[in-house]
Design a protein around this ligand. Structure first.
Ligand code: ADP
Ligand code: ASP
Ligand code: MG
Length: 411
């Protein structure tokens, strides 16, 4: 008998019918003799709706109260799921993150899991119950405050629980049947990959691929918990995210991200200490920067651009304006209409020419590259937001990542 951790996303628990199907699967897994711990997201678009609701009451809601509000979403689905499982004659109990002993730091809205005690989870499992835990949430033990981990946080709850409870693997049930070579909503011939390494999946998620939360993949890698991403609507095998992948493609996928904006500080005097003066106050405010570009100096001044999450761009702009004034720069421009496309693949370490091919592919479809950044296994370009889909499709074609048709055109 083994312990199985299953996580069901918002679409998978989006209606009473779907909760019934999820409960069937949970009851069947329990029926096979496994201990089962389930993590659920809020139903359907509940989290989005709650965020919109809060914004009608307050344009910048206090983060603590946002966490109180958002955790209600997962509380609804965990209780309904437990009821649906009970209806099948299988004993079940639901727990909030706090009741499950998921201890986090104090950062409301982006809390990090520090420890999982899991006392009540283990007791309930020992009593033969299925345990259903509300995703994305925990508690800061120092202040006894409820916290959330940010969008997609239920993935992190699931993989961290799998690690803490000694599960062999973690199943992530979602609305696609695995990890694809690009978002299947954009690229119609995107191909499901059977396996992908933690390293590549981390680059995909960090580059905006929404199918898993980055921190879930980090937990998987740190504790070596293989993650099986699969569909809650079928029984087909999905994608295994694990230490070493057998698939050795040069490029494993294309990711895109529309959640960032670009700030440019124009004509900054080019002298030692200027970059520090620009970025120190942004760091002190806890703003996560992504790309940074400093242009070639002309007449003793230079432009400095960076990208940051749209959610913190107002603060980043205010800080940059004050720095620009102090430094005697010309001014600050904010561009919210940008997006990022990234080509990811461990094989590029040993295959030269990937970056050049990215640039020429974008040039062929007349897409201007505004910023570039690379890691050893990734090439990312910031482009006009309106051209992101075209860029993803063109790169997917250029690197021949699509499904091989059954009957080739030249047959
Ligand atoms: P859940 O609510 O189950 O957590 P998400 O919406 O968070 O589901 O994640 C699943 C979605 O991720 C898919 O519907 C798909 O549009 C999107 N996605 C983005 N990139 C990829 C990719 N490379 N492979 C599969 N899905 C992707
Ligand atoms: N419900 C949360 C969200 O929509 C957490 C999750 O689904 O993982 O982001
Ligand atoms: Mg998700």
């Amino acid at each position: 008998m083994s312990l199985i951790v299953q996580k069901y996303g918002g679409t998978s628990v989006g209606s009473p019918d779907r909760i019934d199907r999820v409960a069937d699967r949970i009851a069947a897994t329990r029926g096979d003799g496994h201990d089962v711990v389930v993590v659920v997201s809020a139903m359907g678009k509940t989290t989005d709706d709650l965020i919109a609701l809060a914004e009608t009451v307050h344009s910048d809601p206090p983060k603590r109260e946002m966490d109180m509000l958002l955790t209600a979403g997962e509380r609804i689905s965990m209780a309904l799921c437990a009821m649906a499982v009970e209806k099948r004659g299988v004993e079940a109990v639901s727990f909030t993150g706090s009741q499950a002993g998921i201890l986090t730091d104090a950062a409301h809205g982006s809390a990090k899991i520090i420890e999982i005690t899991g006392t009540r989870v283990k007791e309930a499992l020992a009593e033969g119950r299925v345990v259903i835990v509300g995703g994305m949430q925990g508690v800061d033990p120092a202040r006894k405050e409820v916290t959330t981990m940010g969008r997609g946080g239920s993935d992190a709850t699931a993989v961290a629980l799998a690690a803490a409870l000694g599960a062999d693997a973690c199943e992530i049930y979602t609305d696609v049947d695995g990890v694809y070579t690009a978002d299947p909503r954009i690229v119609s011939d995107a191909r499901k990959v059977d396996e992908i390494s933690f390293e590549e999946m981390l680059e995909m998620t960090a580059s905006g691929s929404g199918v898993l939360m980055s921190r879930a993949v980090e937990f998987g890698r740190r504790f070596n918990i293989p993650i099986h991403v699969r569909s809650s609507f079928s029984d087909t095998t999905g994608t295994w995210v694990k230490e070493d992948s057998m698939e050795q493609a040069v490029i494993s996928g294309i990711a895109h991200d529309r959640s960032e904006a670009k700030v440019t500080i124009r004509s900054v005097p080019d002298r030692p200490g200027v970059a520090a003066a620009v970025f120190d106050p942004l760091a002190a405010a806890g703003i996560n920067l992504d790309m940074i570009v400093q242009n070639i100096s002309r007449d003793g001044t230079t432009d400095i651009s960076f990208t940051a999450p749209i959610s913190s761009i107002g603060e980043a702009e205010a800080i940059s304006r004050s720095t620009a004034r102090e430094l005697g720069a010309e001014g600050v421009t904010v561009d919210r209409g940008v997006g990022k496309v990234s080509v990811v693949g461990a094989g590029m370490k040993s295959h030269p020419g990937v970056a050049a091919k990215v640039f020429s592919t974008l040039a062929e479809v007349d897409i201007n590259i505004e910023m570039i950044s690379t890691s050893t296994i990734r090439v990312s370009c910031v482009v006009d937001a309106a051209r992101v889909d075209d860029a993803v499709k063109a790169l997917h074609d250029a690197f021949e990542l699509g499904d091989v048709p059954d009957q080739g055109e030249d047959q």
